[in-house]
Design a protein. Structure first.
Ligand code: BO1
Ligand code: ZN
Length: 222
């Protein structure tokens, strides 16, 4: 893909015109992130994760991304494979117009259709989260730097309850492809503010501004 960023001439309002392959960023009608508001209670399936320790952690210049060793997400009769997880600061999704200090995205792929299922979890300052702390103390400092991760299980980044909002949207970065089943956890996790600082020292603003919901339904599991 062509070079892009979060501000200036290659910032979000220009993504759609940077390259033909990014046209969905400006022309799409089901873009992400959105402000989550006015959700409709619906009988949507429970989520069940089966994730494993390990993988590699990369500073890709836009975020810190962990390429997952393995893992699955089950949503009703659909099974997705965990591919990677990464972080945004501040959060990309809003809830009733309000953002959070960070958001983690667990990116899964549906093997048969190629659709992505991304689970978003908000992160707020509070008690330390030992999983985030063990990532933060080893964040690769330079773009392009990648390290092996041993013994870090992303399950430690999930809230106790996986009640969630669901809607159909897109990648929040170029090429903004509209292929994502979004599942955003209602409950945030608490992390040490010092660990948030370790992230924002590297990526201080890597959130796409929220876009219009365009009359999309947002479903809520409770
Ligand atoms: S996000 O969760 O909406 N911020 C997001 C943004 C970009 C990607 C994934 C999630 N990129 C995609 C690539 C695919 C790749 C997939 C999994 O990530 O476009 O080529 O397979 O790494
Ligand atoms: Zn993301």
């Amino acid at each position: 893909g062509v070079h892009w960023s979060y501000e200036g001439q290659e910032g979000p309002e220009h993504w759609g015109s940077l390259s033909k392959e990014n046209s969905a960023c400006s022309a799409g009608s089901q873009q992400s992130p959105i402000d989550i508001t006015g959700a409709i209670k619906a009988d949507i399936p429970d989520l069940a994760t089966d994730w494993r320790s390990g993988g590699t952690m990369l500073n890709n210049g836009h975020t810190i991304e962990v390429k997952a060793a393995s893992g699955t997400l089950k949503r009703g009769d659909k099974t997705y494979d965990l591919v990677q997880y990464h972080f945004h600061a501040p959060s990309e999704h809003l809830v009733d117009g309000k953002n959070f200090q960070m958001e983690v995205h667990f990116v899964h792929k549906h093997a048969e259709t190629g659709a992505l299922g991304v689970v978003g979890v908000f992160m707020v300052p509070g008690a330390a989260n030992s999983t985030f702390a063990s990532l933060a103390e080893r964040f690769p400092q330079k773009a392009g730097e990648e390290i092996a991760l041993n013994g870090v299980d992303p399950t430690g980044l999930l809230p106790a309850s996986l009640k969630y909002w669901a809607y159909e949207g897109s990648l929040t970065t170029p090429p903004c492809s509209e292929i994502v089943d979004w599942m955003v956890a209602m409950d945030p996790i608490e992390v040490d503010p010092a660990d948030i600082k370790r992230f924002t020292a590297l990526h201080s603003m890597n959130a796409r501004p929220a876009v219009s919901g365009n009359r999309r339904y947002i479903l809520s599991s409770i």
